[in-house]
Design a protein around this ligand. Sequence first.
Ligand code: NAP
Ligand code: MG
Length: 399
Amino acid sequence: MSKIKMNPIVEMDGDEMTRIIWQEIKDELLSPFVELNTEYYDLGLPNRDATGDRVTEEAAEAAKRLHVAVKCATITPNAQRMEEYKLHQMWKSPNATIRAALDGTVFRAPIMTGRIKPVVSTWEKPITIARHAYGDVYKATEYRVPGPGRAELLFTGADGGTFRETVYDYECPGVLQSMFNKDSSIEAFARSCFEYALSERQDLWFSTKDTISKQYDQTFKLLFQRIFDAEYAERFREAGIEYFYTLIDDAVARVIRSKGGFIWACKNYDGDVMSDMVSTAFGSLAMMTSVLVSPDGNFEYEAAHGTVTRHYYRYLKGEQTSTNPVATIFAWSGALRKRGELDGNAELADFAGRLEKAVLDAINAGTMTGDLALLCQDPDVKKVTTSAFIAAVRARLER
Ligand code: NAP
Ligand code: MG
């Protein structure tokens, strides 16, 4: 059998348990079938430290050039990692560096199998959450008001013009917060959402609290609508999908009653909270994929979970772990499918579909890693190691 050929994608290797699984996926599930063509960047912490983190910036630049990337989970250094890896510096989170370079939005989607039922029984299809990861309460200025006094909002324009308004005349101690966002970031968020909805051929929902927040949230709503009307309405019609705006409280109620199968765009805080709710209700963190999409249509695929440190330490002691490789496999299949779609390489896109089907078939037949076995207490379920699970997928793929 001749191997499938492909144009290059960016490969960003990572750390710990996921780095081990990364290699196994390439050796067992990809290289035997595809002439893997990747531009390799080692984002493992030792190499980030050795290159002064330049490798992360170069990888992000490569993602812009090749338009498709796949990334392994990486360690975000903290004080303990400084010591463990004898680091020169507490390097920034690679994901933050890449997101900033691509000006992108992260979309998180659950991988559904017939075996693991979502807590919400009406959900038949995945719900993807898009979170605007800029500004708002995460960059707010706060003040603990010590006692009586006046709080004011003051803006001084570059031309010297001012806006000034009383926020509150305190008669006792209290709290004060001011937050901001900017049109360029909101517009990039909107374009990433519209691009991803087209890419997935799924409806896009967007929700804010514009009835209460008549300038702030209203601006989000208006900018989304303006960009949709000017740049995307026609393409959405052609793709047979919809853009739908509603209030956040109405959205929450509709999401719970829905069948799923759409993308829900949220402001920063709403997305933080709702993505934890949705991923928990769908089952397992190990079954969540994550795609970073830039407003000009570059895609970086990864698993939503981390490097699974606790399993890695057991692996180092010689133990065969039962770490779930599914989200990492789906990061690869997502990137290969996107490469295939962009290049009109149907064989490659088709392989991505067959790889995903082999994974889901294995799970539905009862072969799964420990985290999933715990979730579905069927008597016929077989808990296997990572390597045994990958071997089961390989056998199906070969067939
Ligand atoms: P984690 O790696 O996601 O793991 C937390 C726990 O969740 C694990 O100990 C394990 O529970 C379970 N788990 C996660 N993924 C699993 C999988 N594929 N299969 C089975 N169980 C899984 O989060 P963390 O321990 O908080 O972070 C570890 C490192 O990852 C940190 O250095 C952090 O900086 C990094 N991180 C990276 C990314 C990224 O690159 N996108 C994201 C998050 C965290 P049990 O131990 O109970 O089995
Ligand atoms: Mg959160």
